[in-house]
Design a protein around this ligand. Structure first.
Ligand code: PMP
Length: 307
């Protein structure tokens, strides 16, 4: 269960959690044309709090809306301020932030007509998405029977609500089969991403991730590419196949919710030594250090706030 916070920001007002309700004829509820974000705030080493890469997340929200053809009735700055305000009013020193832009009720039918564009920002405390143990020991993954979207069916650069039907199908299949997460291939058969994470592999010291063609442009992905490069690793964006993943020295998923989660097994094949590898461990350690304000070289990625 989501741990309730006190208030939710709803169309410019902070309303009590239980009163953030919509009508059942809300357009997005029926047709899935909405966009959202997933953002994390962390308690920092100097006893403050900081939102990780706030600007990049809010810009992606606006980009997603543009792709879907929705106009958000606020500015980037207004949404940023609202996110910080919502965290503060809920007394959250750390937690997850979920902005959602959706089409409200009015006309029904696929064309949304002049229905209002509505915006909510919810925040709640949220620990490790795939479990604390997963961060250390790694997870078991299964290649999904569902492909990731073809780029001309659903546009994967939008973090669009409807895109996640594909993720829900893949994730529930993987969990029902006893795995932790689903790996999806694109419609050509190359490795794409997981239900809510981007993927990296490591082979002979080279770090590889998929190009952005059929995946969400992950902000954690971009951050890790930068950090790995700064640490002196060679990082490449290149298509790869599932068998290349099977024989990788290491593999890991990344995302705002999943942070840096090592993969210990794919399709019942052990990856590397079947535990968190040294590159994943190093990047994970550095990632947590950065998000908690422990490395001043990356302070520009943090928006500090005080409760
Ligand atoms: N791919 C998908 C499908 C996702 O849902 C997410 C989570 N937002 C990611 C990748 C990772 O993106 P980010 O690092 O920006 O959270």
């Amino acid at each position: 269960m989501v741990k309730k916070a006190e208030k939710i920001w709803f169309d410019g007002k902070l309303v009590p959690w239980d009163e953030a309700q919509v009508h059942v004829l809300t357009h997005t509820l029926h047709y899935g044309a909405g966009v959202f974000e997933g953002i994390r705030a962390y308690a920092t080493v100097d006893d403050k709090s900081a939102v990780f890469r706030l600007r990049e997340h809010v810009v992606r929200l606006f980009d997603s809306a543009k792709i879907i053809g929705m106009t958000i009735p606020y500015t980037v700055e207004e949404i940023e301020t609202a996110i910080i305000e919502t965290l503060r009013v809920n007394g959250l020193k750390e937690g997850y932030v979920r902005p959602l832009v959706f089409i409200g009720d009015g006309v029904m039918g696929v064309h949304p007509g002049g229905n209002p564009i509505r915006v909510v920002i919810a925040t709640w405390p949220w620990g490790a998405y795939l479990g604390e143990e997963a961060l250390e020991k790694g997870i078991r993954v299964k290649t999904s029977s569902f492909n990731r979207h073809h780029v001309n069916v659903m546009m994967t650069k939008a973090k669009a609500c409807g895109n996640y039907v594909n993720s829900v199908l893949a994730k529930t299949e993987a969990v029902a089969d006893g795995y932790d997460e689903a790996l999806m291939l694109d419609t050509q058969g190359f490795v794409s991403e997981a239900s809510g994470e981007n993927i990296f592999i490591v082979k002979d010291g080279i770090i590889k991730t998929t190009p952005l063609t059929s995946v969400l442009p992950g902000i954690t992905r971009a951050s890790l590419m930068q950090v790995a490069d700064d640490l002196g690793y060679k990082v490449v964006e290149q298509i790869f196949t599932r068998d290349e993943l099977y024989i990788a020295d290491e593999a890991f998923f990344c995302g705002t919710a999943a942070e840096v989660t090592p993969i210990r097994e794919v399709d019942n094949r052990t990856i590397g030594e079947g535990k968190r590898g040294p590159v994943a461990e190093k990047l994970q350690k550095e990632f947590f250090n950065i998000v908690k304000g422990g490395n001043s070289d990356y302070v520009q990625w943090l928006d500090y706030y005080e409760i």
